[in-house]
Design a protein around this ligand. Sequence first.
Ligand SMILES: [Zn+2]
Ligand SMILES: [Zn+2]
Ligand SMILES: [Zn+2]
Length: 341
Amino acid sequence: MSELRWDPLKLNWVIIATERGRRPRDFYVDEEKKSMTACPFCYGNEDKTPPEIFAIRPDGQPNTANWRVRVIPNKYPALRVEGEPSSRGYGMYDVMNGIGAHEVIIETPDHDRSMADLTEHEICDVLKTYRARYLDLHKDFRLRYMVIFKNHGLRAGATLHHSHSQLIAVPLLPPVATTELRVARNYFDTKERCIFCDIVNFELNEGIRVVREFSNYVTLAPYASSSPFELRLFPKHHSHDFALLNDAQLSELATAMKDMLLRVKTVLRDASYNYILHTAPPPHRRPGKPGYWSSLEYDYHWHIELVPRLTQMAGFEWGTGFHINPTSPEDAASFLRDAEV
Ligand SMILES: [Zn+2]
Ligand SMILES: [Zn+2]
Ligand SMILES: [Zn+2]
């Protein structure tokens, strides 16, 4: 069982998950060994993964080939579904048992196609899978937050080459989410407007950081990008919860996603990247906290954040939390806008 441990100095939770690596040699780089083992995400290897949770498959039995998108529990989960969340003190520290969910979304049966190479229809299937998993996990009252993310390429932390994303659900709100949610709520409290809507409208007017605009979505380089070619994709009209999108909305989002990923792939020569879907936490009532995120519908606005992994966190970044970004977001937007895709 993994544990969530609280760092009282950094004010952050850390997940200690020892299933993957515990000895020094587990961290030695062994590229040869990695590329030689058969890929568990390819057709015909369905029995090499834990039994699937969800799949888009035109016909046939679960855990057989012929699927288009497949969701399985992570073989080495950071958190596990079984049990009740409980927290306790340990001396001056706090510790929680590692309840949650850790799923892998295999986006395509093709070993060598990355997400940018998929058709809009195929990307839409991936987005529908994201929605289905959110809606299902929303029913679990122990889970307070879910995040879907993708690691593409070695520098982004992808350990398997076959294109996939991951979903992690946690029993508490992570600090990154808490900050964003609080900022949005405070802004709404004083201005009665959504901060994300204000940013989107301002950037659409300015234009210099806009990479591509669609009828209902916009991709832009954030004003204070912390790393080169960072991007955010927003719905242009207020929308707090990704899980509430209908098929038509997901279909246009697939077009916008494909465009964003292709631009990154073309301009940055298939650089490693991470993207993260930020959406409203499940609106569960909490005993003793009647106001718990009750205004999300008005003040929060889902979005996708994409960070190409072109630079590394070095001493100054670790030591101060300040990032030094060598490419201005205005230049990044212009390179990406001009790319032929
Ligand atoms: Zn494969
Ligand atoms: Zn909004
Ligand atoms: Zn965000």
